[in-house]
Design a protein around this ligand. Sequence first.
Ligand code: SAM
Length: 267
Amino acid sequence: MGTPIGNLGDLTPRAIETLAAADLVCCEDTRRTGRLLQHAGIRAAALRVVNDHTEDGAVGDVLARLGRGEVVAVVSDAGMPGISDPGERLVAAAAEAGFTIEVVPGPSAAISALVASGLPAGRFAFEGFLPRKGSGRTERLAAIVGERRTVVLYEAPHRVARTLADLAASCGGDRRIVLARELTKLHEEHWRGTLAGAVQHAADVEPRGEYVLVLDGAPEPAEVTDGDIAAALAQARAAGASTRDAVTEVAADLGVAKRRVYALATS
Ligand code: SAM
């Protein structure tokens, strides 16, 4: 079930009812969820810590409770569980065991940022947090370069500048981006501009608070005309390539079918 991402007013009446009725509330941090329960005037029957380290160990107890007909609520510190947060494994295990799963929807920073970004929201790719380094990071950045859908990323404030620089280096400085900061909180802000501008912005104003990065999708590749192919063929031949080699080279460079290039090369 969803919990607020900053504004306690976003705790829904149904979430309050569910928390009050649950036999067990699985949460990341008992103090944080305790404060939320206190705000809602609820005394939960029982709380259990479920985080990256303890989620697998909690599965047995949760399934046993569900088997006895108990109701188990799963929350994370903020937003929807399972979205860059624990919860997914408990849901998967309960679903696999045939128990009823009900969702109590609430805010999620990703959807909130996407909707407010003004960037195309019809299709989007949620990337969560990028790996911090290594080939995992390089591969994900490479995939983002060609991603045509709007891309939504989470990032910790002290890594925002570095991630913006890496995105600008990979995607080019002209790609549009919206930096959604402190959503639903007092200092909510949506900075809109290009990747190059965002790199400068992060250098001018040290990123603080919570951020979602909403990146425009890659532009449609320009259509390759017969004229483009003929010009590339002429260039390859002038450089000494045989017809066969020129066709292979041009087809690969322009991303078009070899058959089409061959037909133009021999017409
Ligand atoms: N499960 C959560 C959800 O549904 O949004 C996300 C949890 S993830 C561990 C935390 C990240 O979400 C933060 O680092 C930040 O990128 C983003 N986030 C959470 N709350 C936010 C807020 N109020 N404003 C902007 N970003 C937020």
